[in-house]
Write a protein that binds this ligand. Structure first.
Ligand code: NA7
Length: 533
């Protein structure tokens, strides 16, 4: 056998998950190969280079904690990590831990087939490469497979077409151009104000109005940053004790109806001034009680009406078909204000969907909107798209796609029954996307490292979840989701943005604190629900 093809572990993806996994496994003495489709590290922050792209969690929290020197030496310059700064950070981490020597860039993993007799995974790539390893780790990301809308004529558009999740490295200039943008999710909300400033005119095609809160983005005060650094360990630990893994947003104690209308209004106003996700953390029941939720939703609608001068446009921008927070709450900088510009036009495509795209126009019913450039801010095949994009076969006649035909099934969002030694970093049914992502990545990487260490120490060949443990976890996940308002929205959390995708609420919303405690209890009980062979 060609030794250069054989590794202890293969990691797919060099975003924040894959990078830390590589570092962790290498420090355990394992040989590791990472495959990355992009030309560099950073995952989401490598691909999403659209103007205004920025994390919606503050950078002091949205960063690695695994190495104290790293967190002490890195200086975030802005409140929220912007895409360029996050990409610089990813590259800094890659340099600092000398990660690149084990990463093959520009290479997509096409298949991963397990041999049940040897318990080895064989991977093939689109460049004709083959690699073999006992451990397979999918660090493929939750929002990494762009979704192109199935609109007639989209492929025949003759101008420039951009997807926010595949933005060109060299950027794009819209000066003097007539631009159309489809979508009004987080990516569009961040892009629109920037494109509007440059373009001759911008037409926004909106199917669903979204709730958005001002980010109040700006430079990070150096004194605050240094004070935060001094208490970093304490703050990181506190984050694990919160529902969403964000220390800044602790657990509220009161219901929205425990207080007077005036007090509630004042609390929302303060949260609005703070900006960011603070509003959702005002009361205990905002995501479980429709009436409580409506108090916050109406508060935000009122702010939209206060901001947007044209009352008809304001009303179109007011979300009325889902509770606030049940779709990802957007964070913006002057999004609603942008609709007061003369060169910006909002087109409602809910009542009359986009009929077709012509070489130089978007057609909605009888209306033809001429454009030079088309921006698709149409989202991703979230949470399952990237894993299902690889032909994964377990060697017992089952593919991952078959196993997930009715929606994703995992144990703890970490492993899949029937697929030994295959791990997913922040997979479906884990808190991942409903938490501070890097905290959840670190938790999962550490769990995977512990499992692999156990295999090594106790001379096991493989680990796989028991089917019953998985079934129970999936049911528990659904039960928890159903006790909240989340399933009330047609969101990508539900798979609702992809025609034909099974509707199952995918992230675990029982909270980071609870999830971590459950994992701990499972470990203390000899990794209950995992089978070692
Ligand atoms: P999202 O949040 O999935 O938003 C996609 C948007 O595109 C959303 O407004 C969709 O409307 C719209 N869309 C998709 N297909 C169509 C068609 N065919 N016609 C009209 N409109 C369409 O993706 P983002 O990239 O903005 O954000 C993804 C996550 O990244 C975000 O949640 C953060 O966590 C970071 P819909 O709502 O489906 O009616």
């Amino acid at each position: 056998m060609d030794a250069s093809k054989n590794f202890d572990a293969i990691v797919v993806g060099a975003g924040f998950g894959g990078m830390y996994m590589l570092h962790r496994l290498r420090s355990m003495g394992l040989t590791v190969r990472v495959y990355e489709r992009g030309g560099g590290v950073g995952g989401t922050w490598y691909w999403n280079r659209y103007p205004g792209a920025r994390c919606d969690l503050e950078s002091m929290e949205y960063s690695y904690s695994f190495d104290d020197r790293l967190q002490q030496e890195w200086n975030w310059s802005e409140k929220y990590g912007t895409q360029p700064e996050l990409l610089r950070y990813a590259n800094h981490v890659a340099d600092r831990f000398d990660l690149r020597r084990d990463i093959v860039f520009g290479t997509k993993v096409v298949s991963a087939h397990r041999d049940p007799t040897t318990n080895l995974w064989t991977l093939t790539t689109d460049t004709g490469g083959v690699a073999i390893a006992r451990q397979l780790i999918l660090a493929t990301g939750n929002l990494s497979t762009p979704q192109l809308p199935k609109i007639a004529g989209v492929a025949e558009f003759s101008g420039r077409t951009f997807h926010t999740g595949r933005w060109p490295q060299e950027g794009a200039n819209f000066s003097g151009r007539q631009v159309g943008i489809i979508g009004t999710g987080s990516s569009a909300v961040q892009t629109i104000p920037h494109v509007a400033e440059q373009a001759l005119n911008l037409t926004v095609f909106q199917r669903t109005a979204n709730f958005s809160i001002p980010a109040h983005h700006g430079p990070l005060d150096a004194t605050m940053r240094e004070a935060h650094k001094k208490k970093y360990n304490e703050i990181r630990e506190a984050a694990y004790q919160t529902p969403f893994g964000i220390a800044k947003y602790g657990s509220p104690t009161l219901s929205a109806f425990d207080v007077s209308d005036e007090d509630r209004q004042k609390t929302y106003e303060d949260a609005w001034k703070t900006g960011g996700q603070a509003l959702l953390f005002c009361y205990t029941d905002l995501l479980t009680n429709k009436k409580s939720n409506e108090t916050a939703a109406e508060f935000v609608r009122q702010r939209i009406r206060d901001t947007v001068k044209n009352p008809h446009v304001a009303e179109l921008l007011c979300p009325k078909d889902h509770p606030i927070g049940t779709k990802r709450l957007c964070l913006d900088s002057f999004y609603f204000e942008t609709y007061n510009r003369d060169n910006v036009r909002l087109v409602d495509v809910k009542e009359t969907p986009i009929t077709r795209i012509e070489p130089n126009a978007v057609v909605v019913g009888d209306n033809v909107f001429e454009i030079d450039d088309l921006i698709l801010a149409t989202g991703f095949d979230a949470m399952t798209g990237a894993a299902k994009d690889i032909d994964i076969q377990n060697g017992n006649g089952e593919s991952l796609t078959d196993h997930w035909a009715q929606g994703p099934q995992t144990y703890l969002g970490l492993m899949v029954a029937g697929f030994p030694n295959m791990y997913i970093i922040t997979g479906p049914q884990s808190p991942g996307v409903k938490s501070q992502m890097i905290l959840s990545i670190e938790h999962h990487v550490d769990l995977i490292a512990c499992l692999i260490q156990k295999l090594h120490d106790e001379n096991f060949n493989s680990v796989v979840p028991e089917a019953l443990a998985q079934d129970n976890w999936v049911s528990h996940n659904t039960e928890v989701a159903n006790s909240t308002l989340y399933p009330a929205a047609a969101s990508w959390y539900m798979g609702a943005n992809i025609p034909g995708k099974p509707r199952i609420f995918m992230p675990y919303v029982g909270g980071v604190r609870q999830y971590r405690a459950t994992c701990q209890e499972i470990i203390e009980n000899g990794w209950r629900g995992f089978e070692f062979a």
